[in-house]
Design a binder for this molecule. Sequence first.
Ligand code: SAH
Ligand code: MG
Length: 214
Amino acid sequence: MNGITHDYMEEYLRGLIPENEGILRELENFAKENNVPIVQKETAKFLEFMVSMKKPKKILELGTAIGYSSILMYLASGCEPHITTIERDESMISVAEQNILNYNFSDNIKIIQGDCLEVLEKLQEEYDLIFMDAGKGHYNHFLPHCLRLLKEDGIIIADNVLFRGMVASNDLVKRRKITIVKRMRSYLEMVSGDNSLITSVIPMGDGIAVTKRR
Ligand code: SAH
Ligand code: MG
């Protein structure tokens, strides 16, 4: 049990997904060897699905890490989207930049260095898709900015919203994580309770919430 799905279910669902080859495989191997937390396999597939359906021209990502999910979304879209991705950790940024350069994505994937909230406050452009995957304890603070930056028919995909099940059950909450958990609950209540929005929370991976305007 990862606090969200049973092990047998996770293993089965992952087993259905073929191994990637090429760029994504290389990045997955790097992430594994260096303990970089990239999107889980089934979450990656969901993201690919959403991007290939939505065909976003402009994507905003919170949390670049080594650039894996940015590159995955780029490849899945098939329409050469422009991706802006925010990361605060300099060592991650240097790996991501190298990857983006090596694989020739520099024209389409731009990293902004900084804290998501500070960067969000300054951004002015609108995006077709926003992928939230950094700063779990601040999704509730990111939301107003993400809604301001979201095109009329845009989608927000938020990862890790169930945070190992802790968000759904106090019995699972680790004392040190209580603030993150409370704020994540607040995020889910905001996106679920707001009548101008429509949200679906999916207990897959570490929990995914998909939000759009009604
Ligand atoms: N989306 C990536 C994984 C991101 S992991 C992928 O699936 O490939 C989360 C990243 O967010 C980490 O690299 C961490 O350094 C960064 N991060 C966490 N909090 C942040 C914040 N408040 N502002 C900017 N980056 C943050
Ligand atoms: Mg994540």
